[in-house]
Design a protein around this ligand. Structure first.
Ligand code: COA
Ligand code: AMP
Length: 630
């Protein structure tokens, strides 16, 4: 079947299409009500079906006779260790941990936060929660205790699962003390913290709520998976929005499993038993969908990589892993390729490895610039596939569906809408724009299975943020256009969310931190171009009248505040003190204009600007500080 035929089927009769895909999973109760609306009027998939993600990821494959197949390959250049975990072993680890969670008192519907580095125990923790219906919320290790505390207060976990420490290249990060600090900061107090001791030299004194991971698991009675409603939330994953507060995206169970199973074959082109590697982190949606649930549901071998594309130990690591484990399909962010290209522009390392098993290289998480795509194509000699999606969707929305039909790659485009996604480009009035015209990227409702169900504890924000802007459509927050052949090009966020090294961050949240400095009267944080990370944040701050503190002191303190309150991952390194910020006559800061000035791009001065002279002042300041493309 051609892509066009398959895609048309999915839009013409979504219920029949997704029912057929859902039948590829083992349900405790097959769904009969395929697409319905819930009490709040939002679409839901497979509402009367029952299943369990942990069962689908583990037990099912053992029942089918594949217990001895490798489920996870843990490769950790930062600790110089490797470990192979078969499906049998995964079963043992997960069912024991699930038993331990039950013994602590956790039950279906409770929430648990997982704050762990890229170690097998992070995956066991996710699957153990899923096994007994506990809703997990994994928090990326690069976030500071304050960010963790915000998430603790929002999802009110009964329990936190953590490890003693993580490692960033060669630096030990004290995860457990971060958790202790977060608990101190949070109003909600989880009753227990399960801590996996890594013995890396960052051991800390115990707290009354501590439970040792190994001890708890060793005495626990293994727990079987429980049948859960398709609409039971499998997890909450926080992501950055346009306000200072992150939003907890809620994922269902049945729709998610169906979508992931579908995507492994038809988008990524992998068959059961193949080795699949997503070089991301379990703290991001890519980690949830394509390190853990997707490949395991599809009985692939997934690689859990605790390292970086460079410096662990060098730019050859990715190629070593592809050769060593015979990776068939790999997924990473363009930033990672740029980092490798920077260290090894001629791809000399590649000559030392046999990567002939690699069939496709997928990229996502940020816009893929043409030179990175071309470099990867030339060096890897396989199709390099840019595809587009977000935390909210949980799986790709635009892709070259190589498992159906490999379309011609057009650099700069994430190719076509994936089955189930009716993607349109609208103007401000909600009208479809002509080909080649940039507009807002939206998806006509209903969204296919796997997409967000709601926002945890904030259903109003779900409606206001995604559904209200264009009636009958889901609003992605991205801008883009379609060409005459139907290829879709994503041009970037149309809101104040930025993408730093494939990490999604909110400038509004950073502005709150910058503005909290005692000497700052007002500020703007914008995302500016960066050759390596795609975007990096830049803060422009106006100091309070009569301020006597040196600019350099304020700048350093603001940078430290961001690291402390949000985390190193925010990568805010530059703070420029300006006399004024460009504003409209009604007082709104013209951030888009600031971005264009910083990136040295052409711009038109908005007629609403209160004082056009300010543009020269800001340009001069950025030039003096060699900021952005100046
Ligand atoms: N735990 C704690 N700290 C973390 C962290 C983690 N899991 N991940 C990153 N950080 C810290 C880093 O140590 C760094 O701190 P520093 O400023 O003190 O050096 C900071 O956050 C920024 O990290 P990062 O954005 O990773 O920048 P980098 O300069 O260390 O590395 C790259 C650059 C390109 C190698 C790296 O960003 C990378 O591997 N990118 C791929 C991105 C990716 O896979 N994204 C997933 C989406 S698909
Ligand atoms: P996240 O929710 O962290 O996965 O970030 C999602 C956002 O990253 C999207 O809304 C886009 O702005 C951006 N993004 C992800 N993939 C791509 C891509 N292939 N091309 C352009 N932007 C992308």
């Amino acid at each position: 079947m051609t892509y066009q035929e398959f895609y048309s089927q999915s839009l013409n009769n979504p219920e029949a299409f997704w029912k057929q895909q859902a039948q590829k999973l083992s349900w405790y109760k097959d769904p009969e009500n395929i697409l319905t609306k819930n009490d709040d009027g939002h679409y839901q998939w497979f509402e009367d079906g029952k299943l369990n993600l942990s069962y689908l990821c583990i037990d099912k494959h053992i029942e089918d006779g594949f217990g001895r197949q490798n489920a996870i390959i843990y490769d950790s250049p930062v600790t110089n260790s490797k470990e192979i975990i078969t499906y049998n072993r995964l079963h043992k680890e997960v069912s024991k941990l699930a038993g331990a969670l039950k013994e602590i008192g956790l039950k279906k519907g409770d929430t648990a936060i997982i704050y762990m580095p890229m170690i097998p125990q992070a995956v066991y923790s996710m699957l153990a929660c899923a096994r007994i219906g506990v809703i997990h919320s994994v928090v990326f290790g690069g976030f500071a205790p304050n960010e963790l505390a915000i998430r603790i207060d929002d999802c009110k976990p009964r329990l936190i699962l953590t490890a003693s420490s993580g490692i960033e290249i060669d630096r030990i990060l004290p995860y457990k003390p971060f958790v202790d600090e977060a608990i101190k900061l949070a109003e909600h107090k989880p009753s227990s913290v399960i801590i996996y001791q890594r013995h890396l030299g960052a051991d800390t004194p115990g707290k009354p709520y501590d439970i040792d991971y190994v001890k708890a698991v060793s005495t626990a009675t293994p727990a079987d998976p429980v049948a859960l409603e398709s609409t039971h939330p499998s997890y909450i994953l926080y992501t950055s929005g346009t306000t200072g507060k992150p939003k907890g995206i809620i994922r269902d169970s049945g729709g998610y499993a169906t979508a992931l199973k579908f995507s492994m074959k038809y988008i990524y082109g992998v068959e059961q038993g193949d080795v699949y590697w997503a070089a991301s982190d379990v703290g991001w949606v890519v980690g949830h969908s394509y390190i853990v649930y997707g490949p395991l549901i599809n009985r692939n071998t997934t690689i859990l990589f605790e390292g970086k594309p460079v410096k662990t130990p060098d730019a050859s690591t990715f190629w070593r892993i592809i050769e060593e484990y015979k990776v068939k399909v790999m997924f990473t962010a363009p930033t990672a390729i740029r980092a490798i290209k920077k260290e090894d522009p001629n791809g000399n390392f590649l000559k030392e490895y046999d990567i002939s098993k690699l069939k496709y290289q997928f990229l996502a998480g940020e816009r893929c610039d043409v030179s990175t795509l071309k470099w990867a194509e030339e060096k890897l000699k396989v199709p390099v596939i840019d595809h587009w999606w977000q935390t909210e969707s949980g799986w790709p929305m635009l892709a070259n569906m190589v498992g159906v039909e490999l379309a011609k790659v057009k650099p700069g485009s994430a190719t076509f809408p994936v089955c189930g996604y009716d993607i349109q480009i609208l103007n401000d009035l909600g009208e479809v724009v002509p080909e080649g015209t940039e507009g807002f990227v939206v998806v006509k409702l209903p969204l296919p299975p796997g997409n967000l169900m709601n926002i945890w504890g904030n259903p109003e924000r779900f409606v206001a943020g995604y559904l209200e802007r264009f009636s009958g459509y889901y609003f992605s927050g991205d801008g883009g256009y379609k060409d005459k052949d139907g290829y879709v090009y994503i041009t970037g966020r149309v809101d104040d969310v930025i993408n730093v090294a494939g990490h999604r961050l909110s400038t509004a949240e950073m502005e709150e931190v910058v503005a909290s400095h005692a000497s700052v009267a007002e500020c703007a944080v914008i995302g500016i171009h960066d050759d390596l990370k795609g975007q990096i944040p830049l803060a422009l701050a106006v100091t309070k009248f009569g301020n006597e503190i040196a600019e350099s002191v304020i700048q350093d303190e603001v940078v430290q505040n961001i690291r402390k309150k949000i985390g190193a991952v925010a990568s805010l390194k530059q703070v420029i003190i300006v006399d004024r910020l460009p504003k409209t006559r009604s007082g709104k800061i013209l951030r888009k204009l600031l971005r264009s000035i910083a990136d040295n791009e052409p711009f038109t001065i908005p007629s609403t600007i209160d004082d056009p002279l300010i543009i020269d002042e800001i340009t001069h300041k950025l030039k003096t500080h060699k900021v952005g493309k100046h």
